[in-house]
Design a protein around this ligand. Structure first.
Ligand code: INI
Length: 166
């Protein structure tokens, strides 16, 4: 019996009235692209209009917190305010402590950002020990051993924006 993983939603949420921002890093782009695609496809299946999904990028995961804050501010200034934002990054452990420091600092910064931007900031950071782990969590490993985590992030974005929107 599968124990781990996202449980069934308490109801199906209608995303037709929300605007979502996706801001993704450009490191490990093959994995990033699969995660972004999965998030967009799941949100479209929940009624989010693709013209209401705005995609922005930053160089790496470390830039996600500041980039997200400025992205949210910019959209508000344009008169196209976001209801929820999904920062997406893929960190893969190398031979130094770089991975640990970016993973930890970026995670805390994204969590704390929610109060500052007053909207849900979905946690779309993969922190993987190997490339194989990252490929599996984007649903693109050879054995398709796991589903695409981007789909979970898309579903969480719709639920949080609809359930707790302003
Ligand atoms: O998004 C990532 N950024 C990474 N580094 C770049 C970092 O996020 C910043 O862009 C850079 O340090 C400049 O600020 C990574 N590694 O170093 O391994 C990584 O795996 N993933």
């Amino acid at each position: 019996m599968a124990v781990k993983g996202l449980g069934k939603p308490d109801q199906v949420y209608d995303g037709s009235k929300i605007r979502v921002g996706i801001i993704h890093a450009r490191w490990n782009s093959v994995i990033i692209d699969a995660l972004v695609k999965g998030a967009i496809e799941r949100m479209a299946s929940l009624g989010v209009n693709e013209k209401n999904i705005i995609v922005e990028t930053v160089p790496g995961s470390y830039e996600l917190p500041w980039g997200t804050k400025r992205f949210v501010d910019r959209q508000a200034k344009l008169g196209e305010p976001l209801d929820v934002v999904i920062p997406i990054g893929v960190l893969i452990k190398g031979s130094t402590m770089h991975f640990e420091y970016i993973s930890d600092s970026t995670t805390h910064a994204l969590m704390n950002l929610q109060e500052k931007v007053d909207m849900p900031v979905i946690f779309g950071l993969l922190t993987c020990m190997t490339e194989e782990q990252a490929l599996a969590r984007a649903g693109i490993d050879a054995s398709h051993s796991m589903h695409n985590h981007g789909e979970d992030w898309g579903a969480a974005a719709v639920e949080m924006a609809v359930k707790f929107g302003k």
